[in-house]
Design a protein around this ligand. Structure first.
Ligand SMILES: Nc1ncnc2c1ncn2[C@@H]1O[C@H](COP(=O)(O)OP(=O)(O)O)[C@@H](O)[C@H]1O
Ligand SMILES: [Mg+2]
Length: 314
């Protein structure tokens, strides 16, 4: 069942002439799923998150979150969601714990319940040891974890995270991604935005690729890479008779195409894992040796390039 249903969402800033930041975007998120919006800066990801958080009124369209309309039932939507905004919003001169208590009160928590939730969340974001330290002394990654903790205090059913790993060291990044996967495993539904392809690939059950306010492709990683053929490219060099070797590889099961480009053979295959050992066996049987081999898996970069003619760089 879909817990988030976005229908033809639109946002034009400063109408009638302002940018159409979100231009008729539709997607659904199933309960317990991680759905990522992947797109370059300016694609409209944050504007979409702001509308789905009821912080920005759509110019058109609507979305149902937990069965409530973001346009007509904002309060009910806000109770369903936790939001980790792109820009960290914390009080720097308060401790991690004080920040959580402050935001917990904003969500209407108090007394023992507030204390218990703050303790649980500190555990979850692994900041129990540092809870009494002022947030201004924290690294970017630790601040981000407090931000995620704030969003989790009222036990939302759906969590939105807007580019939470930008500008964060690799170790904290890893811990944030693992935390998100753990939340998903506990049944949380997650809407994630990023311009990092590798993150979208690793985290997401499904991905929507956005560009200039439009959804240009949507599906699982596997479905998306099929847009570019779904084939891996293998480049190989051998120590002798490349032409002869290319001919034998052309007959090797699983190899779909072989071209010779200067001093290397370029092969296409739907299953590189299965084909690679066979390439070595075939070469050995012909008395040749592979001196260099390189596999490029089909990836979201290729999909974005294919659909837009532009590169989406990490
Ligand atoms: N408050 C605003 N007023 C006017 N234009 C805005 C505002 N916020 C964002 N934009 C514009 O809307 C487009 C989408 O921005 P944004 O949603 O922030 O994209 P992303 O989060 O994918 O980088 C961009 O062209 C951006 O310049
Ligand atoms: Mg943004």
């Amino acid at each position: 069942m879909s817990i988030v249903e976005v229908k033809e969402l639109r946002k034009q800033y400063d109408p009638p002439k302002g940018v159409l930041a979100v231009d008729g975007v539709s997607f659904d998120i199933a309960e317990g799923e991680i759905f990522s919006l992947l797109g370059p800066n300016g694609a409209g990801k944050s504007t979409t998150i702001s509308m789905l958080s009821c912080l920005l009124r759509p110019s058109g369209g609507d979305a149902m979150v937990g069965g409530n309309s973001i346009v007509h039932q904002a309060q009910a939507v806000k109770e369903t969601i936790g939001v980790v905004p792109q820009d960290i919003a914390l009080y720097p001169d308060m401790s991690a714990r004080e920040n959580l208590v402050f935001w917990g009160r904003m969500y209407g928590l108090s007394g023992d319940e507030l204390k218990r939730r703050v303790d649980e969340v500190l555990e979850l974001i692994t900041l129990v040891d540092r809870q009494k330290d002022r947030v201004e002394k924290f690294s970017g990654g630790m601040k981000r974890r407090v931000n995620i903790g704030v969003a989790l205090l009222h036990k939302p059913r759906v969590l939105y995270l807007d580019e939470p790993t930008v500008g964060i060291d690799p170790q904290s990044r890893r811990s944030i991604l693992d935390g998100i996967l753990a939340l998903r495993d506990q049944g949380m539904t997650i809407l994630y935005t990023t311009h990092y392809m590798a993150e979208a690939q690793e985290l997401s059950d499904r991905i929507g690729i956005v560009d200039h306010g439009k959804m240009i492709a949507m599906g699982t990683h596997e479905e998306l890479v099929k847009i570019v053929g779904g084939q891996s490219r293998v480049r190989a060099r051998v120590d002798q008779d490349l032409g002869g070797m290319a001919g034998r590889w052309r007959e090797t099961p699983g190899v779909e195409q072989v071209d010779v480009e200067e001093d290397e053979a370029v092969l296409l295959t739907g299953d590189a894992d299965e084909v690679l050992p066979r390439l070595f066996e075939t070469a050995a049987a012909a008395g040749s040796r592979i001196t260099e081999i390189n596999v490029s898996e089909p990836n979201l970069e290729m999909v974005f390039l294919h659909l837009t003619g532009r590169a989406l760089r990490e």
